[in-house]
Design a protein around this ligand. Sequence first.
Ligand SMILES: Cc1cc2nc3c(=O)[nH]c(=O)nc-3n(C[C@H](O)[C@H](O)[C@H](O)COP(=O)(O)OP(=O)(O)OC[C@H]3O[C@@H](n4cnc5c(N)ncnc54)[C@H](O)[C@@H]3O)c2cc1C
Ligand SMILES: *[C@@H]1O[C@H](CO)[C@@H](O)[C@H](O)[C@H]1NC(C)=O
Ligand SMILES: *[C@@H]1O[C@H](CO)[C@@H](O)[C@H](O)[C@H]1NC(C)=O
Ligand SMILES: *[C@@H]1O[C@H](CO)[C@@H](O)[C@H](O)[C@H]1NC(C)=O
Ligand SMILES: *[C@@H]1O[C@H](CO)[C@@H](O)[C@H](O)[C@H]1NC(C)=O
Ligand SMILES: *[C@@H]1O[C@H](CO)[C@@H](O)[C@H](O)[C@H]1NC(C)=O
Ligand SMILES: *[C@@H]1O[C@H](CO)[C@@H](O)[C@H](O)[C@H]1NC(C)=O
Length: 535
Amino acid sequence: MKSQYISSALPLLLAAFFSFSSAASPHDDFLRCLSFSSNLSSSIANVVYTPNNASYSSILESRIENRRFSDSGTPKPLVIVTPLLESHIQVTIHCSREHGLQIRTRSGGHDFEGLSYIARVPFIVLDLINFRSVDVDVENRVALVQSGAILGELYYKIAEKSRTLAFPAGSCHTVGIGGYFTGGGYGVLFRKYGLAVDNIVDARLIDANGRILDRESMGEDLFWAIRGGGGGSFGIVLSWKLNLVTVPSTVTVFTIGKTLEQNAIKLIHKWQYIAPQLPPEMYFGISFSRTNSSQDGKKSVLASFTSLYLGGTEDLVALMHERFPELGLTSKDCIEMSWIESMLYHGLLQNQSVEVLLDRDYESSFTLPYYKGKSDYVREPIPESGLLGLWSRYSEDDAASGVIGFFAYGARMAEIPETATPFPHRAGVLYKIIYNVGWRQEDNINNGKYLRWIRRLYSNMTTYVSKSPREAYINYRDLDIGTNGIGNTTSYARASVWGRKYFKNNFDRLVLAKTMIDPENFFRHEQSIPPLRKR
Ligand SMILES: Cc1cc2nc3c(=O)[nH]c(=O)nc-3n(C[C@H](O)[C@H](O)[C@H](O)COP(=O)(O)OP(=O)(O)OC[C@H]3O[C@@H](n4cnc5c(N)ncnc54)[C@H](O)[C@@H]3O)c2cc1C
Ligand SMILES: *[C@@H]1O[C@H](CO)[C@@H](O)[C@H](O)[C@H]1NC(C)=O
Ligand SMILES: *[C@@H]1O[C@H](CO)[C@@H](O)[C@H](O)[C@H]1NC(C)=O
Ligand SMILES: *[C@@H]1O[C@H](CO)[C@@H](O)[C@H](O)[C@H]1NC(C)=O
Ligand SMILES: *[C@@H]1O[C@H](CO)[C@@H](O)[C@H](O)[C@H]1NC(C)=O
Ligand SMILES: *[C@@H]1O[C@H](CO)[C@@H](O)[C@H](O)[C@H]1NC(C)=O
Ligand SMILES: *[C@@H]1O[C@H](CO)[C@@H](O)[C@H](O)[C@H]1NC(C)=O
């Protein structure tokens, strides 16, 4: 199986469609519309790419983060537009509607399922690569950031101006602002300051009618919806206004690895009780990787306990001695640094210069080039027997390139009400799990066994994770959820299956916001919020 898209008959139809696209086709009409619609025709021509343009492929490929979706079987856009002006976006929306083409909006291209650049209907990609300014106002502690910027650019620009201001967002610096913010956005400061969306105070959006709206003109329901209701449903968010947060000029990190032989299971079991109760200054996660036992060279699992502490070594060691002495943390394990250095550390960019944060093309070490990810939320500690079961799955050959991570919740995350934003995984969540299985190009022939492994693992975890609904994180997009990989978003019933996993009862309010702003369902994809049917 090349990918779940291929299993449907639709790509075949699309392939047929492509084969006579050199004759007159919908995209010719679309292009003609672009050039006639405004006096922008000359300037927009410079940012419109069809497969005939030499750089079409490189532009398309440059933001395909998951290589599963770069093979020749993956549906390709008829046209890519990389707008320079807001009016370019307005014209693109107008002409797409006029000629029945769908739009996929792309910021950083990190969607786990490639939804920012794949559709199974004729479509164009609107790539926000040129909308990536970041303006930091230290005095007022705010930043204005455009959706096409990456997280690293935001961090870099903040750190350039202040050592004690920060923004609470994710560790992988190449993630795009546009997708990350529309899906909620967690990171190593979230126990202290909540999600990224908890710190957003305004936004600028273009709707399906080409209107440009800010918080005041869009109204609170829509402003609520775009802060976590998922990208690609409500319109195109151009930019965001953020409140910056304060951090000490020195923070502390550590990573301590323990194998099975070093009592990892007991430590992880204990961690579940301790980590969610720690003060908000402490981020605490565990990531699992496979290793060979030092004793007999047999397969084993390495659990890496990793932290960011908003304070110094002495306080951190004292805190750990009091709450989690079994881990045996000593000051030798701790490294003090600035917040921006801690972002390099947690971004797996240790020892690199801070300029790496500006490198959009940096190949992330978080995943292998080809991958599948899933998520879970845990509300009851998993018994040791369950952790052992997880371990044995993880020792299977097919799990060779699997990574599992646990991220402690609690503190600020538990204080913000479930309905404050669309992101509902708040009080009562002990921690979140991410599952990832990756592989390289030369191993792509075996992708089926990796996909089967992660699905098996997910099914195996059912007993231990949140239930009714089994919660999932929208930004760890998973088309297995509720759609069996053949999304049909026109079916409200099916949408509410994944919708309640991602949003719980906030799904209903998202549907109302969608119905209000985009009743014709112009902005849609396999997991976009459906509008209510017209009566
Ligand atoms: C290596 C890696 C590490 C990650 N780490 C974290 C993490 O630490 N914390 C976390 O919370 N998440 C994390 N994620 C998940 C990440 O937040 C999501 O994949 C996010 O959607 C990516 O945003 P993007 O702009 O790069 O993606 P894109 O693929 O460009 O977009 C994702 C979705 O949003 C839509 N969209 C994009 N831009 C806009 C816009 N301007 N307006 C409206 N809709 C838009 C797209 O159409 C698509 O549906 C990680 C992902 C990866 C691959
Ligand atoms: C071209 O667009 C600008 C604004 O974008 C407008 O002021 C101007 O009048 C337009 N010119 C014509 C000939 O339509
Ligand atoms: C793509 O090719 C067309 C036709 O040759 C040309 O008009 C257009 O300017 C090209 N686009 C870019 C971005 O170079
Ligand atoms: C473990 O050992 C095997 C066999 O010696 C080797 O192929 C494998 O790469 C090792 N794995 C790790 C994670 O070191
Ligand atoms: C970073 O440098 C230190 C000291 O030179 C070294 O011990 C460590 O292994 C390096 N880390 C990485 C991730 O390269
Ligand atoms: C995982 O599933 C297998 C069978 O599919 C079962 O034997 C095993 O007990 C399960 N383990 C856990 C931890 O649920
Ligand atoms: C999607 O669902 C709608 C409503 O249930 C149905 O009419 C339509 O045929 C479905 N489309 C596909 C492609 O399955």
